[in-house]
Design a protein around this ligand. Structure first.
Ligand code: UDP
Ligand code: MG
Length: 312
């Protein structure tokens, strides 16, 4: 017998949960019919929802003993939800799946086959289209993946979803990464292992609305950079080096010019431009360094990744 844990991070998913449960129980039944060697555990992570999500989960638990849950003391974010899910799972294999049915359960049998029979450690999914997404967001998302893949040794798949199945070995490896600032896509790539990719078309969520906006995504992408590469620090140092060298050349140039042509006072506006420009560059570099210091500060506090209020 193999146990398959399905981890479902939920934040204000009251309208979507019943639809999700219907669909996932159909998938689990189909599984049973084709492969009777699999047992299921449905683990809902209530990420401090402000609506009736927890009640819906409790109702599901009453009628279905495969249902378990962890409920947070407040909203900790999806990354914390994923961590809690992995930590509280018992399965030989663990799947992470959104509650809004944007991650099609119908892919699950194929994904399971990849890890159970084909020798992969993980099967992950990615969207091949960004249909239904604002074009500006798609543009910046693409840029982000390009830069990220260039600046780090990691390979982070463009359009990768969090929908993924993993073996126990890989789950334990992910759990060993106890950082407070979690960028799970980077973590998956960092721990390595053999991953099989499945493509699918983007689909709209069944009910409720997305928790992301442009600002949140921007902050999340900075998390990705700061968490997995120190290239911005090197970049800042290189800019400094460049301007130091450049200023030497300028000094020599101006001395020579003054000796040959005298010193008429001019160039006031250009001087201001240069000062403002360099001031900007300095603040930028300081900000980059500050970003790393801020993350270090948070990491050294060693705060828990999530706090559970109740679990069942
Ligand atoms: N989610 C969560 N905590 C949060 C935000 C989101 O657990 O703070 C869950 C949410 O309930 C959903 C999944 O993460 O199951 C994906 O969220 P969403 O659909 O808003 O993201 P998108 O699919 O638009 O990337
Ligand atoms: Mg969604």
């Amino acid at each position: 017998m193999k146990l398959l844990t399905i981890v479902v991070p939920c934040y204000n998913e009251e309208p979507a949960l019943p639809l999700f449960y219907d669909e996932i129980s159909r998938t689990m039944d189909d599984f049973k019919n084709t492969d009777s060697e699999v047992e299921f555990e449905l683990l809902f992570i209530d990420d401090g929802s402000k609506d009736g999500t927890l009640n819906v989960i409790k109702q599901l638990r009453e009628k279905d003993e495969r249902v378990h849950y962890v409920s947070f003391s407040r909203n900790f974010g999806k990354e914390a939800g994923i961590y809690a899910g992995l930590e509280n799972s018992h399965g030989d294999y663990v799947v992470i799946m959104d509650a809004d049915l944007q991650d099609p359960p119908s892919l699950l049998p194929e994904m399971y086959k990849a890890v159970a029979l084909e020798g992969y450690d993980s099967a992950a999914t990615r969207r091949v289209t960004r249909k239904g997404e604002p074009p500006v967001r798609s543009f910046f998302a693409r840029r982000f993946y390009r830069i990220m893949n260039r600046m780090t040794d990691l390979e982070i798949m463009d359009g990768a979803r969090d929908y993924r199945i993993m073996t126990r070995t890989m789950v334990n490896a992910v759990l060993d990464m106890k950082e407070y600032n979690r960028f799970t896509k980077g973590i998956y790539s960092w721990v390595g292992f053999k991953t099989k990719w499945f493509d699918y078309e983007n689909r709209e969520r069944v009910a409720g609305e997305t928790k992301w906006n442009f600002w949140k995504l921007l902050l999340y992408s900075i998390e990705g950079f700061v968490g997995f590469t120190t290239a911005p620090l090197t970049f800042a140092a290189l800019i400094g080096l460049f301007f130091t060298f450049f200023s030497f050349v300028m000094i020599v140039f101006i001395i020579v010019r003054t000796l040959i042509f005298g010193d008429p006072t001019s160039g006031w506006p250009s001087m201001i431009c240069i000062i403002v420009f360099l001031g900007g560059v300095q603040l930028f570099c300081l900000g980059v360094a500050g970003e790393y210091i801020a993350k270090m500060y948070l990491e050294t506090k060693n705060r828990p990744i999530y706090i559970a209020r109740e679990k069942e």
